[in-house]
Design a binder for this molecule. Structure first.
Ligand code: FAD
Ligand code: DLZ
Ligand code: SF4
Length: 510
C-alpha cells in the first residue's frame, strides 16, 4: 500500500505521484502550520491555496480515490508535512511513500531525510509538469559563460514545435518585442478580469484564515480567484478571448487604478497545478492560428511561459543553495515600512503596494520597475526583499521568486540571469504610466526636496556601485554620462540620496 503525498502546489491530475494509483493506495493532503508560516504568506494566498487543495481533494474522492485530508484546525494536526505523513505511516501498513519533488530547495532537502526517519522508502519523483527538467537545463547550461533566456527559449520553441514552421520561427523572427511595450494609450479601457463568487468551501477557508492568520499581510476580501481547474480554465479562456490581443502592446504599461491591465493573471493557477504550461501555450498559439490574436502578442505571451518560467526554474535548481546567499552589490539597507503600509509620497510605490495588499498580485512591471527598481536603487538587503516577494504574491514559490528577485531585480547574482541591472530613473515610470500625475514629487526635477527620488537614487546607485559595474559592456553609455557629470551635479546627487536615506532610517514619510 502506497501513501501518495500531494503538496499544495501540486493540484494536478497529471502529477507524477498520482500515476499508477492502485485501489488500496492512500492519498494524503495536509494544511500545515510549517508551510503556511515559514514566511507569513499573504492571507489571500493561504485562502486561495487551502480552498484549491480542498476542492482538489473533493475531485479525487469523486474518482473513488481514498484521500486523507487534514484541515488546518483539526485537533490532531501536527503542523508539519512530515508529522502528517508519519501519523499515517504509524497507523497503516504503508510500504512506500510517493511524492513529487517539491518546488523549494528547503523542502526537498528535508524530504531526502524522511525515509530514514519513517522507516519506509520515500520515492521523490521528477515534476514533469515543467517543460525542461533540471537535467535538460543543466545540460544546456554546460560550457556557457552567460545564461541568456533568449537562447534557451529558442531551443524550447524547437523542442515543443511552438510557433515553428518548416523553415524556422513563425513570421521569420524569434522575438517581436520591437512591436511591444507601448506606453498606455489615453482613454484605454481594460476589460474586466475573471472573477468567481466564493462557494461554501472557500467561505469556510476565508473564515479560518481570518481568525488564524490575522497578523499576516493582506486583504482577504473581496475574494474572486478560481479555486478549481474548471474555473482556472475559464480564467485562461477569458484572457485569450479578451486580453491576449493587447498583451504585447501593454505588457509594460501601468495605469493608476488598473491592477490587472492586459496580463493573464494565471501565474497562481499555473504554479499550484490548476493549469499546465503547455495547454496555456497551445491555446495561445491556437488563437494566433485562427486569426484571433496577432503574432507579437502571442509570441510575447508564450515567451513568458515557455521561456522565462522554465528558464528561472532551471537556474534555481542549477544554482541552489548558494544562489540564495548571493549579494554581489553588498546591499544591506532594511526594507522600508512602506512596503507593508503603502505610506509613502512616491505614488508609483503607493499604488503598487496597495494593489499587492488588496489582490496578492501586481503585474510584472510593477514588481520589476517600481517595487524592484526602488529596492535595487536604494540597496535593500536581498534577504529581506526576497522574503517580502515570497510572501506577498499568490503565485510566489521560491523556485520562481528567487531568480526574479535576486537575479532580475537586485543583480545580487552578479549577472547570472540578467546582463545588466534593470535600473531606471523616474523617466521610465513617467513614460510607461500615469502615476507621476498624482505624485507629490516632480518627475521632471532631478535634484532637491521636490525631485522624484528615483532620479537622484538612480545616479547615486550608479556612482556607488561603479567599481562593480563599470566593466559591464552594456553599461558603457551610462558610465560615460556619469564621467561627464559636473562635480556640482554629482555632489547634489549624493546630498539628495543621503538626505533621502537618512529620512528612511528615521522612519520619516518619504
Ligand atoms: P503574465 O504577465 O500574464 O505572464 C504570463 C505567465 O508567464 C505568468 O503567469 C508566468 O507564469 C509567466 N511569467 C512571466 N514572467 C515571468 C518571469 N519573469 N518568471 C517566471 N515566469 C514568468 N512569477 C511567479 O510566478 N511567481 C513569483 O513569485 C514571481 N515573483 C516575481 C518577482 C519579481 C521581482 C519579478 C520582477 C517577477 C516575478 N514573477 C513571478 C514573474 C512575473 O512577474 C509573474 O509571473 C507575473 O506577474 C504573474 O502574473 P500574470 O499571470 O498576470 O503574468
Ligand atoms: C504555500 C503553501 C501553504 C501556504 N500551505 C501549504 C499547506 O498547508 N500544505 C501544503 O502541502 N502546501 C502548502 N503550501 C505549498 C508549499 O509551501 C509548497 O509545496 C512548497 O513550498 C514547495 O513548493
Ligand atoms: Fe514615482 Fe517619481 Fe513618478 Fe512619483 S514622480 S510617481 S516617485 S516616478
Amino acid at each position: 500500500m502506497k501513501l501518495r503525498l500531494i503538496l499544495g502546489d501540486q493540484l494536478s491530475r497529471q502529477i507524477p505521484s498520482l500515476r499508477g494509483t492502485e485501489h488500496d493506495d492512500l492519498v494524503i493532503m495536509a494544511e500545515v502550520r510549517s508551510e503556511a508560516t515559514y514566511v507569513k504568506h499573504h492571507k489571500k494566498k493561504i485562502a486561495f491555496l487551502f480552498s484549491a487543495m480542498r476542492h482538489f481533494a473533493q475531485e479525487l474522492r469523486s474518482e473513488n480515490l481514498a484521500v486523507t485530508y487534514v484541515c488546518y484546525d483539526a485537533p490532531c494536526n501536527t503542523g508539519t508535512l512530515f508529522g502528517e505523513v508519519q501519523r499515517v505511516v504509524d497507523a497503516q501498513p504503508i510500504d512506500e511513500v510517493v511524492v513529487t519533488s517539491p518546488g523549494e530547495h528547503r523542502l526537498l532537502n528535508e524530504m531526502k531525510g524522511w525515509s530514514a526517519r519513517l522507516g519506509v522508502p520515500v520515492s521523490i519523483l521528477n515534476d514533469d509538469r515543467f517543460l525542461a527538467t533540471e537535467e535538460v537545463f543543466a545540460q544546456w547550461a554546460v560550457g556557457r559563460k552567460h545564461l541568456r533566456m533568449e537562447y534557451f527559449y529558442r531551443e524550447m520553441r524547437k523542442k515543443y514545435s511552438v510557433l515553428m514552421e518548416p523553415d524556422g520561427p513563425t513570421g521569420g523572427q524569434w522575438n517581436y518585442d520591437a512591436e511591444n511595450r507601448k506606453p498606455p494609450a489615453k482613454g484605454l479601457v481594460v476589460p474586466p478580469t475573471f472573477a468567481v463568487a466564493p462557494d461554501k468551501i472557500t467561505q469556510d477557508v476565508i473564515a479560518l484564515v481570518e481568525s488564524t492568520f490575522a497578523d499576516h499581510f493582506g486583504d482577504l476580501k473581496p475574494f474572486a480567484y478560481a479555486v478549481t481547474r474548471q474555473d482556472a480554465l475559464a480564467a485562461l479562456e477569458l484572457f485569450i478571448r479578451t486580453r491576449l490581443e493587447h498583451f504585447g502592446d501593454y505588457q509594460d504599461a501601468m495605469i493608476q487604478g488598473e491592477p490587472w491591465m492586459y496580463h493573464s493573471h494565471i501565474g497562481l493557477y499555473l504554479n499550484c497545478g490548476l493549469l499546465l504550461p503547455l495547454e496555456c501555450i497551445q491555446k495561445a498559439e491556437d488563437a494566433y492560428r485562427k486569426g484571433h490574436a496577432r503574432l507579437n502578442a502571442v509570441e510575447g505571451f508564450i515567451r513568458q511561459i515557455l521561456g522565462w518560467r522554465e528558464f528561472v526554474r532551471g537556474l534555481y535548481w542549477l544554482k541552489m543553495p548558494s544562489y540564495k546567499e548571493t549579494n554581489f552589490l553588498e546591499a544591506d539597507r532594511a526594507l522600508p515600512a512602506f512596503y507593508w503600509t503603502a505610506d509613502t509620497q512616491m505614488n508609483c510605490i503607493r499604488q503598487a503596494v496597495l494593489e499587492t495588499k488588496q489582490n496578492a498580485y501586481a503585474h510584472h512591471i510593477q514588481r520589476l520597475m517600481v517595487l524592484g527598481n526602488f529596492a535595487l536603487l536604494a540597496g535593500l538587503d536581498p534577504e529581506e526583499v526576497n522574503q517580502w516577494y515570497l510572501l506577498v504574491y499568490a503565485d510566489a514559490y521560491e523556485w520562481v521568486e528567487l531568480p526574479n528577485v535576486s537575479g532580475m531585480v537586485l543583480f545580487a547574482d552578479g549577472g547570472i540571469l540578467a546582463s545588466k541591472p534593470y535600473a531606471a530613473s523616474g523617466a521610465y515610470i513617467k513614460k510607461m504610466s500615469n502615476y507621476c500625475d498624482g505624485c507629490s514629487y516632480k518627475v521632471s526635477a532631478k535634484n532637491g526636496f521636490k525631485a522624484c527620488p528615483f532620479n537622484y537614487l538612480y545616479w547615486d546607485f550608479i556612482d556607488r556601485n561603479a567599481a562593480k559595474l563599470r566593466g559591464n559592456p552594456r553599461m558603457g553609455f551610462v558610465f560615460k554620462t556619469l564621467d561627464q557629470m559636473s562635480d556640482d551635479k554629482r555632489s547634489a546627487v549624493k546630498a539628495d540620496a543621503q538626505r533621502f536615506f537618512k529620512a528612511l532610517e528615521n522612519n520619516e514619510k518619504v
